[in-house]
Each structure stands twice: as C-alpha cells, then as structure tokens.
Design a protein around this ligand. Structure first.
Ligand code: AHR
Length: 676
C-alpha cells in the first residue's frame, strides 16, 4: 500500500509544514512543553516503496586538491611545469643550479614546455639540481617503494649520471636515493624506484634530481608514485580509498560540478584530452583556480569506479561554462553532442567493434563499464539565457536515439522533454536541513519526477563538518531514505579537502568537505561516519511510519538579501518557525526481516522515544545498536583526532514490538531489530 504524501507525518507535523510554507508564526506546542514522550510508529505491514539500491553514492570533482594533492597517487606538484607560464612554480634549485621554464624545448604538443636546469658549476662536492616539495610535503613512510619516472635530455657537456632522492626539506637526511644513467641530447623516459628503510613517517620532505656533472638538462613529466590502492599504475591513494570503500558507495558522479563546465570553453573537462599516456595529456586549469595535469582523467575515474564496485554517473559537458558562455542549440551544439556520444562509447562500447571502446581497451580496460545514468551539464539553472531547454533537448534526443536504455538526468526543470531524473542541489545550515527534512514526503506520487540529489551538505564546520553538520545530514538522509522510491540516487558534496593550508589561496576552496587529509594522513568527519552508517545499514523496503509529540525548537530563517542597487527598504526578518529536533525512518530487509530504525536526536539533552511496531508477527528483544554521538554540538574530527566522533556498535536488550529507547544528546542511532 502506498500512503499519500501527507499521511506519513503526524497532524502536528503536517500543520508545522503547512504553517512554515505559509511563512506564518507557528503556534504548535512542542512535546517538550507538554512533557509528552515522542511516539514513533512503524507499520511493518505497510511497505510504501522500495529503497533504491543506488541511493548512496559519491560525488567528485577537482576542488580542494581532491585528486592532485589528494586521491591521485602522484606526489610531485606541477610535474609538467604548466601551473604557471611565468615561473617553475613549486620547484626550487639544489646547489648552484639555475632553473627556468623553456617553451623552446617541449616534450611534445601536449607537454609543450620543459624545465631547464643550467648547472655549469656542478661537481662531485657541489651537486646541482631541482627539488619539489610536493603537495604540502612529500610523505615518507617506512619500508616503502616509490616509483620514479621522468623525461630528460642534456647538453653542454653533461656526462651523467643523475641522482634521484627523497630527502628531508632541509636536505640533511636522505631517505632513499638511486642513480639514473643514459641521459643524452634526445628526450628519453627514465624510470627507477626508491626504497625507504625503517624510518619514522614524515612529510616535511622533498624530491630531488641532482647532477655532479656540469651541463644543461631539461625535464618533463617528473613523477613520483607511492604504492597505490590495489597496486594500480597511475593509481589512487590507499588510505583515502579505504575510507571510501567503507562507505559502500554504489555510484560515482563525475567529473563535476563546476569542474565539468570550467570557467571558459577551453577549461571545460575535455575528456579526450584526459585519456591515454599521461605524457600526452595537456592538462587544464580547474575553475577552482589551480592547474590539473589531467593525470586523473576519464580512465582513472572509471578505474576508481571499478575498484570500489561503483557505477559511473557520467556528467557530459553540455555547452555551457561557469562564466555564462553557452553554445546555441542547433548545428553549433552538434559537435558537443557528438563528443558526449563518443564519451558514452568510450565508457560502454565494445572493444572490438567501436572506435572509442577500442581506445578504452588500448588504455588498459577491454571490458566495457556498466552505465545507467548520464547527466547533461551541471546546475544549468545558472544559465539565464534559457538555452538549457534547447541544449537539453538536443542531448536528450541524441542520447536516447543511440542509447535508449540510458537514464538521462537534467540539471534543472525543462518543459519540452521529460528527463528520466532531475538533479537537485542543497547546501544548507543544520536548521535549514531540519526544516526541509520532510520535503520529499510532499512530492507527488502521481507520475513523479525521479530525483537525483546530486549535491547536498549541511555546511557547518570547516574544513570538515562537525557534529552539527552530521546531525543536519542525518535528518536529511532520513527524508531521502523514507522517500527513496523517488529519490533514486544521492551524493554529498564536496567529498574531499586537503587541510594542509587553510589560508587564502591555499588548499581549500570550499569550506565544508566530507573527508580531510594532508600528505600523510586522512580522516572522516562526523558527517562521513553518519553517511557510512546510513549507506551500510538499510533494508530494501520502506516501511510506513507516523509519529506524535515530536519535540521542536524555534528557528528564525535568515533574512533574504534584497537585490543590490535597488531602493527597496531592508527586508523584514522572516517569522520564526518551529523545526523538528527528532527524525527517524524505518526500512526492512525483505530476506532477513531485520528492521533498520534510524533515529536522530539533535537536542543537547537525552531524549526518550516510545517505539511502537505494528503489523509484525514478532520483534526480538535484542538488537544491534550503532550510535554516533558527541558531547558538544561543534565537536569534530581532525588529523590529530581522526576518530574522536565515530560510531560504536553494541547489543541492546529489552526491546520488542513496544519499547522506550533513550536517545543520547546530539546522536544518530541505528537499531537493527529482528522481526518476523
Ligand atoms: O560542490 C561545490 C560546487 O557547488 C560544485 O562544483 C557546483 O556544482 C556547486 O555549485
């Protein structure tokens, strides 16, 4: 049986929603004032829908040094010397050498510049060379093998060899070194390994290439890789991959976000320039204002999916950039439509019979990838020209004609086509998340537009969300999960932040991000743990619920800003509203009968709740309880205290079809109740 939109929430909550919508002062008394214990009813004989098997996934883009200086294993910053056209940024000299950018000595058309080292004074006692400090340090770990590769050529009497090394930033301690011979007047690729001994982990280190022989040298694509997750060449950082694997994500939305669009056309994610040999990838500027080598390109996104058993949710460039340039629908847009079709072919095409499938095989992956969802653009509501209507229609028709099985996602509402799914984005405060946590209960069930909640986050806490963020997120997730008959897929954003330099122009461009790291360590925020709990503990059936006496608190929404430059008087502050402070939802595993009851207490006091389960033959007296809680609402995790707020699991007893459970202050709990 499918309950209608409003029948899932109690009368008082319905009133609260309607009043909030009308912008009126709420007069509903909270349960706190009535001293009545909230009652949560779970109707085990009323399944309102199926939990989407792809509800929980990941969203990613190059922001906050997500790949370069993040997930991408590469340790050398600005390995291709294209981060600036003025200077060799992030490179310094060792000894008497002088370095400069040399556009006259390119490696190839893609890496069309090189780093020149003039070292006329280099000698046995005074080596000269180049040094790179990585992304806020080069991580040194004990008994670890690092792979070094670079292109080099030489002139002016250079007779080699070169010494490559990882040493402390002051140059006093060498952790590993190796010799490389055979550098000539022609570009050649060199590869070696560096092995550390039983050293203490550290990050205030540098990578160097030095010579004791005088001469001139040119370098390009200088790379240093630590071991990667599953030993993938050009692969990903294991500790961060393990954090992600623990979330059991079902899909990856890539490559953006704004990173898909770029500020300008030549800065969009141009997928064909991100495949093949990394020395043939020109790289481009991220709209988050730093250089991307595109070493982490389309094949690497797909490899990431494969390693974590996720499906790609592929966002294709749709002819619109962040600076509001757009391509008119019609013949001008056609090349971009073709490019998107080819990209889909690269992901899904047969290796023998399709051009781009063959290219994927050449890039190391003969097997096609599974693909169900393609998203056309990103946040096209910013396109005030109205061109998205026509652009979407053109992409939609072409994709459906060639790949009728694909689900096409629109990034904003359109009229002339019916998108399979609509992408909605929500970045909010904790209170706004709570205020809107029941929104999806109100969506029409008559031919509803299916929803992809493609970017959402409670933006409280920086660089990573604190417990308030986790509580807002959990409230929101109960709403998505309870309505995942229409919310098919969802992903938090942004996923990553390098926390090494939080100042202006540093490693963070967006202030609340799920997972933080530096060169050496990584950690999950309280919001990360909340998501991990939700995505790893749910059933496949949504159970009908109802509630009474849910405690509320007064909330005054922020005053909306008026348009600048108008003579309008300052806006009236909006009236206060009552928002719920306890949230819950219930799903059941149809095979085992386990009911997953999710409970969120945003109050700073213990909150007893009466749970009444009807329609089940029996409910066991014991359950597994997994609880995430904090003493203070702004408590958080960090590099120093990575698991300060993390879930604890225990067995609890004294349960059954009717029981009272006290939720700890500031807590997210999941009870796994055995039912028949
Ligand atoms: O997640 C950060 C940014 O927020 C995304 O790039 C963009 O889509 C949204 O505006």
């Amino acid at each position: 049986m499918h309950l209608n939109n409003f029948s899932r929430v109690s009368v008082s909550i319905r009133l609260a929603i309607l009043t909030a919508l009308a912008g009126l002062q709420i007069t509903v008394a909270s349960a706190q004032t009535n001293n009545e214990i909230p009652t949560l009813q779970i109707k085990a004989d009323q399944v309102t829908g199926k939990v989407s098997p792809t509800l929980y996934g990941l969203m990613t883009e190059e922001i906050n040094y997500s790949y370069e200086g993040g997930l991408y294993g590469e340790l050398i910053r600005n390995r291709s010397f294209k981060a600036s056209t003025n200077s060799a940024r992030f490179w310094t000299t060792v000894g008497s050498g002088e370095i400069s950018l040399d556009p006259a000595t390119p490696l190839n058309d893609a890496l069309n510049i090189s780093l020149k080292l003039d070292a006329p004074q280099a000698s046995k006692d005074a080596p000269a060379g180049i040094a790179n400090g990585g992304y806020w340090g080069i991580p040194v770990k004990p008994k670890t093998t690092y792979k070094v590769s670079f292109y080099a050529k030489a002139a002016n009497g250079f007779s080699g060899p070169l010494t490559v090394a990882i040493s402390s930033a002051d140059g006093k301690t060498t952790f590993a070194s190796a010799q490389v011979s055979g550098v000539t007047g022609d570009w050649k690729k060199f590869e070696t390994t560096l092995k550390t001994k039983s050293v203490e982990p550290s990050k205030a280190n540098q990578f160097t290439i030095t010579t004791k022989s005088p001469g001139t040298l040119w370098f390009q694509n200088v790379s240093l890789f630590p071991p990667t997750y599953k030993d993938r060449p050009n692969g990903r950082r294991p500790d961060i991959m393990e954090l992600l694997a623990d979330m059991n994500p079902k899909f990856l939305r890539f490559p953006g976000g704004n990173y898909l669009e770029g500020d300008y056309f030549n800065e969009r994610f141009d997928w064909k320039k991100t495949i093949g040999d990394i020395a043939q990838r020109p790289g481009h500027r991220s709209p988050w204002n730093y250089w991307s080598t595109d070493g982490f390109g389309l094949p690497e996104f797909l490899g990431w999916c494969e390693d974590l058993h996720m499906e790609p949710v592929l966002a294709v460039f749709a002819g619109y950039t962040l600076r509001h340039d757009y391509v008119k629908p019609g013949p001008d847009l056609e090349p971009y439509v073709q490019e998107a079709l080819e990209e889909i072919e690269y992901v899904t095409g047969d290796a023998k019979t399709t051009k781009w499938g063959a290219q994927r095989a050449k890039d190391g992956h003969p097997e096609p990838f599974k693909l169900h969802y393609v998203e056309v653009g990103n946040e096209d509501w910013f396109d005030r020209s109205g061109s998205y209507e026509g652009r979407f229609a053109q992409f939609f028709d072409a994709i459906k004609a060639k790949y009728p099985q694909l689900q096409v996602i629109a990034t904003t509402r359109v009229r002339t086509r019916t998108p399979d799914v609509l992408d909605e984005h929500y970045y909010r405060s904790q209170e706004e998340m709570e205020l809107h946590a029941l929104d999806y209960d109100k969506y029409s069930r008559t031919n509803p537009t299916k929803i992809f909640c493609g970017e959402w986050a409670t933006r409280v806490g920086s660089p990573t969300p604190n417990m308030a963020g986790a509580l807002g997120d959990a409230a929101w997730m109960t709403g998505m999960e309870r309505n995942s008959d229409i919310v098919l897929i969802s992903c938090y954003a942004p996923l990553f932040v390098n926390v090494s330099d939080l100042g202006q122009g540093g490693s963070m461009q967006w202030r609340t991000d799920l997972i933080g790291y530096d060169a050496l360590h990584s950690y999950g925020s309280p919001a990360y743990y909340a998501q991990k709990m939700f995505s790893t503990r749910h059933g496949d059936e949504i159970l009908a619920t109802d509630s009474q006496n849910i405690p509320t608190a007064e909330y005054r929404p922020p005053t909306r800003r008026r348009n600048q430059g108008t003579n309008q008087p300052p806006a009236e502050p909006p009236p206060a509203v009552q928002i719920r402070k306890v949230f819950f939802d219930a799903t059941r595993d149809s095979k085992s009968g386990t009911i997953f009851l999710k409970l969120v207490n945003s109050l700073g006091t213990p909150q007893p709740v009466k749970v009444e389960i009807s329609g089940a033959k029996s409910v066991g007296a014991k359950a597994t309880a997994t609880v995430l809680k904090a003493d203070k609402i702004d408590d958080t995790n960090s590099l120093q205290e990575p698991t300060k707020i993390s879930p604890k699991t225990e067995t609890i007893s004294g349960l059954g079809a009717n029981f009272t459970q006290t939720l700890p202050p500031y807590s997210i709990s999941i009870l796994e109740l055995k039912s028949k």
